[in-house]
Design a protein around this ligand. Sequence first.
Ligand SMILES: *Cc1c(COP(=O)(O)O)cnc(C)c1O
Length: 379
Amino acid sequence: MIPVMRPWLGEEEAEAAAGVVRSGWVAQGPRVAEFEDRFADRVGVRNGVAVSSCTTALHLSLHLLGVGPGDEVVVPSFSFIATANCVVHAGATPVFADVEAEDGNISERTVEPVLTPRTTAVIVVHQAGVPADVGPLRELCRDRGIALVEDAACAVGATLHGRPVGSDALLAAWSFHPRKLLTTGEGGMLTTTDPALAERARRLREHGMDVSAAARHLSRQPVLESYGEVGFNYRMTDIQAAIGLVQLGRLDAMVQRRRELAAGYHELLADVPGVRAVHDPVHGTTNYQSFWVELAADFPLSRNELLGTLAEAGVSARAGIMASHRQPAYAGHPHGDLGTTERLTDRTLILPLFHELTEAEQGTVVDTVRRAAGLRAAS
Ligand SMILES: *Cc1c(COP(=O)(O)O)cnc(C)c1O
């Protein structure tokens, strides 16, 4: 089977992990500190705080903002369910906003109708690596005294108005799950433009301790730590960070290869009627974390039938991005009109796209879609 995604990992990652094991210091330590600095640098933001996942980075963001019971947080339903879950973890209520058909992201246009006096935060997702146009949304939130958090789980290497996504984000959350471009097995990062928020996040991810375990270990004098507030264990390990450092060095090549493969899809699918493929929005560039296509209503096969046809041809495609409001976990949750969300979640599928996908494999994917549409194979 041609998988929908495969992480790009090599001997260098294996060696880096082994080096940490041999060093005897495997928990959060010098590799984590180095990974935080290098990652923040790459994103163009001053402060990086490594954590255990994007989900915990999102929860920590809401906690830092003081979001809690009685508060509403606007999120897209059209996202992996963790975006909504972190709001519940904070004790608040997720309110679902619709997305734009063009990029699959919430906007000032879709968020405005669901704001209420109880709205304290909005989480904008750069869905599938396509940058959301954050500026107008940020203005809307600023006018109403609402905080804006960026779920950049999928967006490392994407750009917005010529700068890396997240570079001017008060709080952005990143994922290093193997389904994303850059992986540490599991892992996440919180980036922030505010050094005070970063400092508090560092304590909160480590049980609220005012001296990190690594700093205490390095000190020649006994250090007595104190716990100023109730924290969490959201730490990343040095084993993960060592892998992340190698992965970070591969990022430019990853994005370049993905964009080449996406251009290939665009070319080979251009003449297929009823197929609309994800592309760069006018305001930025995507890293093509997921290459989704939307089938028009008059495409000869339904989305699920096409997934079946692809599977028979040895291609592991996937249904498009989920709609959280349809899951039993969110039955009865408040939302506005979610017409575009429902259309996209029902009519999109994700085609294989990963660093080591070969042109021949891509040809198999494309020709299966072309034949399903009644056209001749391209290869
Ligand atoms: C993957 C993903 C998450 C969760 O990331 P984890 O690191 O697995 O917690 C959150 N939001 C979005 C949009 C994602 O795609």
